[in-house]
Ligand binder design. Structure first.
Ligand code: FE2
Length: 230
Protein backbone atom coordinates (compact mmCIF):
# COMPACT_ATOMS: atom_id res chain seq x y z
CA UNK A 1 0.00 0.00 0.00
CA UNK A 2 1.39 3.42 -0.94
CA UNK A 3 1.81 6.11 1.74
CA UNK A 4 -0.95 8.08 0.00
CA UNK A 5 -3.30 5.10 0.17
CA UNK A 6 -2.51 4.59 3.85
CA UNK A 7 -3.36 8.26 4.45
CA UNK A 8 -6.66 7.90 2.63
CA UNK A 9 -7.64 4.85 4.64
CA UNK A 10 -6.78 6.56 7.91
CA UNK A 11 -8.83 9.66 7.10
CA UNK A 12 -11.75 7.48 6.01
CA UNK A 13 -11.62 5.51 9.27
CA UNK A 14 -11.35 8.63 11.39
CA UNK A 15 -14.35 10.09 9.56
CA UNK A 16 -16.60 7.10 10.14
CA UNK A 17 -15.43 5.51 13.42
CA UNK A 18 -16.89 8.12 15.83
CA UNK A 19 -20.23 8.13 13.97
CA UNK A 20 -20.35 4.33 14.00
CA UNK A 21 -19.58 4.34 17.75
CA UNK A 22 -22.43 6.79 18.31
CA UNK A 23 -24.87 4.60 16.37
CA UNK A 24 -23.74 1.51 18.30
CA UNK A 25 -24.49 3.33 21.56
CA UNK A 26 -27.96 4.34 20.36
CA UNK A 27 -28.70 0.72 19.44
CA UNK A 28 -27.37 -0.57 22.78
CA UNK A 29 -29.59 1.90 24.68
CA UNK A 30 -32.63 0.91 22.69
CA UNK A 31 -32.01 -2.82 23.22
CA UNK A 32 -31.44 -2.27 26.95
CA UNK A 33 -34.87 -0.60 27.18
CA UNK A 34 -36.78 -3.58 25.72
CA UNK A 35 -39.39 -5.02 28.09
CA UNK A 36 -38.78 -8.54 29.39
CA UNK A 37 -40.82 -10.85 27.08
CA UNK A 38 -41.62 -13.10 30.06
CA UNK A 39 -43.38 -10.23 31.81
CA UNK A 40 -45.52 -9.23 28.83
CA UNK A 41 -49.09 -10.37 28.30
CA UNK A 42 -50.04 -12.19 25.10
CA UNK A 43 -51.67 -8.99 23.85
CA UNK A 44 -48.59 -6.88 24.63
CA UNK A 45 -46.34 -9.35 22.76
CA UNK A 46 -48.77 -9.39 19.83
CA UNK A 47 -48.79 -5.59 19.80
CA UNK A 48 -45.00 -5.27 19.49
CA UNK A 49 -44.90 -7.70 16.55
CA UNK A 50 -47.89 -5.98 14.93
CA UNK A 51 -46.48 -2.44 15.28
CA UNK A 52 -43.08 -3.61 13.99
CA UNK A 53 -44.86 -5.15 10.97
CA UNK A 54 -47.00 -2.03 10.42
CA UNK A 55 -43.83 0.07 10.18
CA UNK A 56 -41.43 -2.26 8.37
CA UNK A 57 -43.58 -3.98 5.78
CA UNK A 58 -44.54 -0.93 3.79
CA UNK A 59 -41.79 1.53 4.61
CA UNK A 60 -38.39 -0.14 4.63
CA UNK A 61 -38.00 -0.43 0.83
CA UNK A 62 -39.51 3.06 0.38
CA UNK A 63 -36.96 4.62 2.76
CA UNK A 64 -34.08 2.69 1.21
CA UNK A 65 -35.29 3.91 -2.20
CA UNK A 66 -35.25 7.47 -0.85
CA UNK A 67 -31.63 6.92 0.22
CA UNK A 68 -30.84 5.79 -3.34
CA UNK A 69 -32.48 8.91 -4.75
CA UNK A 70 -30.61 11.15 -2.31
CA UNK A 71 -27.00 9.94 -2.67
CA UNK A 72 -24.60 11.20 -5.32
CA UNK A 73 -21.57 8.89 -5.25
CA UNK A 74 -21.26 5.78 -7.44
CA UNK A 75 -20.18 3.77 -4.40
CA UNK A 76 -23.26 4.66 -2.37
CA UNK A 77 -25.56 4.07 -5.34
CA UNK A 78 -24.09 0.60 -5.91
CA UNK A 79 -24.29 -0.41 -2.23
CA UNK A 80 -27.87 0.78 -1.79
CA UNK A 81 -28.96 -0.77 -5.09
CA UNK A 82 -27.61 -4.16 -3.96
CA UNK A 83 -29.55 -3.79 -0.73
CA UNK A 84 -32.77 -2.93 -2.60
CA UNK A 85 -32.34 -5.80 -5.06
CA UNK A 86 -32.07 -8.28 -2.22
CA UNK A 87 -35.16 -6.85 -0.51
CA UNK A 88 -37.20 -7.12 -3.71
CA UNK A 89 -35.77 -10.34 -5.15
CA UNK A 90 -36.12 -12.28 -1.88
CA UNK A 91 -39.52 -10.70 -1.15
CA UNK A 92 -38.71 -9.49 2.34
CA UNK A 93 -42.12 -7.79 2.81
CA UNK A 94 -43.79 -11.14 2.06
CA UNK A 95 -41.48 -12.85 4.54
CA UNK A 96 -42.46 -10.34 7.23
CA UNK A 97 -46.17 -10.76 6.41
CA UNK A 98 -45.89 -14.55 6.88
CA UNK A 99 -44.03 -14.00 10.16
CA UNK A 100 -46.79 -11.70 11.47
CA UNK A 101 -49.65 -13.98 10.35
CA UNK A 102 -48.05 -17.04 11.95
CA UNK A 103 -47.68 -15.15 15.24
CA UNK A 104 -51.31 -14.00 15.11
CA UNK A 105 -50.06 -10.42 14.91
CA UNK A 106 -51.29 -8.84 11.69
CA UNK A 107 -51.57 -5.09 12.39
CA UNK A 108 -55.00 -3.77 13.31
CA UNK A 109 -56.19 -0.16 13.05
CA UNK A 110 -55.18 0.30 16.72
CA UNK A 111 -51.62 -0.84 15.95
CA UNK A 112 -51.38 1.44 12.92
CA UNK A 113 -52.66 4.43 14.89
CA UNK A 114 -50.29 3.73 17.80
CA UNK A 115 -47.29 4.54 15.57
CA UNK A 116 -49.03 7.10 13.36
CA UNK A 117 -47.41 10.27 14.72
CA UNK A 118 -43.84 8.96 14.94
CA UNK A 119 -44.11 7.29 11.52
CA UNK A 120 -45.25 10.59 10.02
CA UNK A 121 -42.20 12.34 11.48
CA UNK A 122 -39.83 9.83 9.85
CA UNK A 123 -41.64 10.24 6.53
CA UNK A 124 -41.25 14.01 6.70
CA UNK A 125 -37.56 13.60 7.51
CA UNK A 126 -37.07 11.18 4.60
CA UNK A 127 -38.81 13.65 2.25
CA UNK A 128 -35.88 16.04 2.79
CA UNK A 129 -33.67 13.62 0.79
CA UNK A 130 -30.52 14.63 2.67
CA UNK A 131 -27.90 12.09 1.55
CA UNK A 132 -25.71 11.68 4.63
CA UNK A 133 -28.58 11.94 7.12
CA UNK A 134 -30.73 9.38 5.34
CA UNK A 135 -27.88 6.89 4.82
CA UNK A 136 -26.97 7.18 8.49
CA UNK A 137 -30.59 6.68 9.52
CA UNK A 138 -30.74 3.51 7.42
CA UNK A 139 -27.43 2.26 8.87
CA UNK A 140 -28.96 2.71 12.33
CA UNK A 141 -32.13 0.95 11.14
CA UNK A 142 -30.26 -2.06 9.71
CA UNK A 143 -28.01 -2.25 12.76
CA UNK A 144 -30.99 -2.21 15.09
CA UNK A 145 -32.96 -4.76 13.06
CA UNK A 146 -30.07 -7.26 13.13
CA UNK A 147 -29.73 -7.05 16.90
CA UNK A 148 -33.51 -6.98 17.49
CA UNK A 149 -34.15 -10.28 15.66
CA UNK A 150 -33.54 -12.68 18.58
CA UNK A 151 -35.99 -10.64 20.70
CA UNK A 152 -38.62 -10.58 17.93
CA UNK A 153 -38.19 -14.33 17.37
CA UNK A 154 -38.60 -14.90 21.12
CA UNK A 155 -41.89 -12.95 21.10
CA UNK A 156 -43.17 -14.97 18.12
CA UNK A 157 -42.15 -18.26 19.77
CA UNK A 158 -44.07 -17.30 22.91
CA UNK A 159 -47.10 -16.63 20.66
CA UNK A 160 -46.85 -20.24 19.49
CA UNK A 161 -45.24 -19.56 16.11
CA UNK A 162 -42.37 -21.48 14.53
CA UNK A 163 -42.33 -19.42 11.30
CA UNK A 164 -38.96 -17.73 11.79
CA UNK A 165 -37.60 -17.25 8.26
CA UNK A 166 -37.87 -13.45 8.59
CA UNK A 167 -35.92 -13.25 11.84
CA UNK A 168 -33.38 -15.90 10.73
CA UNK A 169 -32.62 -14.05 7.47
CA UNK A 170 -32.43 -10.57 9.02
CA UNK A 171 -30.21 -11.63 11.88
CA UNK A 172 -27.56 -12.40 9.26
CA UNK A 173 -27.92 -10.26 6.12
CA UNK A 174 -28.33 -6.97 7.92
CA UNK A 175 -24.87 -7.18 9.51
CA UNK A 176 -23.43 -6.97 5.99
CA UNK A 177 -25.97 -4.31 5.02
CA UNK A 178 -25.05 -2.13 8.01
CA UNK A 179 -21.35 -2.26 7.11
CA UNK A 180 -22.23 -1.44 3.51
CA UNK A 181 -24.22 1.62 4.55
CA UNK A 182 -21.30 2.96 6.58
CA UNK A 183 -19.13 2.61 3.46
CA UNK A 184 -21.86 4.45 1.52
CA UNK A 185 -21.85 7.21 4.15
CA UNK A 186 -18.09 7.48 3.90
CA UNK A 187 -18.32 7.83 0.11
CA UNK A 188 -20.93 10.60 0.46
CA UNK A 189 -18.85 12.45 3.07
CA UNK A 190 -15.80 12.23 0.80
CA UNK A 191 -17.80 13.94 -1.98
CA UNK A 192 -19.14 16.68 0.24
CA UNK A 193 -17.27 20.01 0.25
CA UNK A 194 -18.81 20.95 3.61
CA UNK A 195 -19.88 17.75 5.42
CA UNK A 196 -22.57 18.26 8.08
CA UNK A 197 -21.55 18.04 11.74
CA UNK A 198 -22.20 14.76 13.55
CA UNK A 199 -25.01 16.46 15.49
CA UNK A 200 -26.70 17.46 12.23
CA UNK A 201 -26.10 14.07 10.69
CA UNK A 202 -27.82 12.12 13.45
CA UNK A 203 -31.08 14.06 13.15
CA UNK A 204 -32.80 11.20 11.31
CA UNK A 205 -31.43 8.67 13.78
CA UNK A 206 -33.25 10.47 16.60
CA UNK A 207 -36.47 10.63 14.59
CA UNK A 208 -36.32 6.93 13.75
CA UNK A 209 -35.37 6.01 17.30
CA UNK A 210 -38.56 7.69 18.58
CA UNK A 211 -40.55 5.49 16.18
CA UNK A 212 -38.75 2.32 17.28
CA UNK A 213 -39.34 3.24 20.92
CA UNK A 214 -43.03 3.58 20.15
CA UNK A 215 -43.05 0.11 18.55
CA UNK A 216 -41.58 -1.59 21.63
CA UNK A 217 -43.37 0.52 24.23
CA UNK A 218 -45.65 -1.55 26.45
CA UNK A 219 -49.19 -0.47 25.65
CA UNK A 220 -51.46 -0.15 28.65
CA UNK A 221 -55.11 -1.06 27.96
CA UNK A 222 -57.36 2.00 27.99
CA UNK A 223 -59.62 0.45 30.63
CA UNK A 224 -56.70 0.36 33.10
CA UNK A 225 -56.04 4.08 32.76
CA UNK A 226 -59.55 5.29 33.55
CA UNK A 227 -60.33 5.94 29.94
CA UNK A 228 -57.19 7.98 29.27
CA UNK A 229 -55.24 6.40 26.42
CA UNK A 230 -51.57 5.74 27.19
FE1 FE2 B 1 -35.19 -7.04 4.61
Amino acid sequence: MTPAAVGLETSSESRIAPIQAHIDREIEELLASLPDPGELSTEQRRGIIARYTAVLEGNFIYWMTAAHLAVASDTAHAIIEDNLREEVRDNHPGMLRRFAIAAGALPTDTDVLAVHRELGAVRRFVAGLSPTRIVLMMAFFEGFITRFMPYLADLAGRQGSSELQYTDVHGVVDIEHTEGLFRALDAELALSAAPPSTAAMIEGVGTLRALLERIVEVQVPVSLTNGVAA
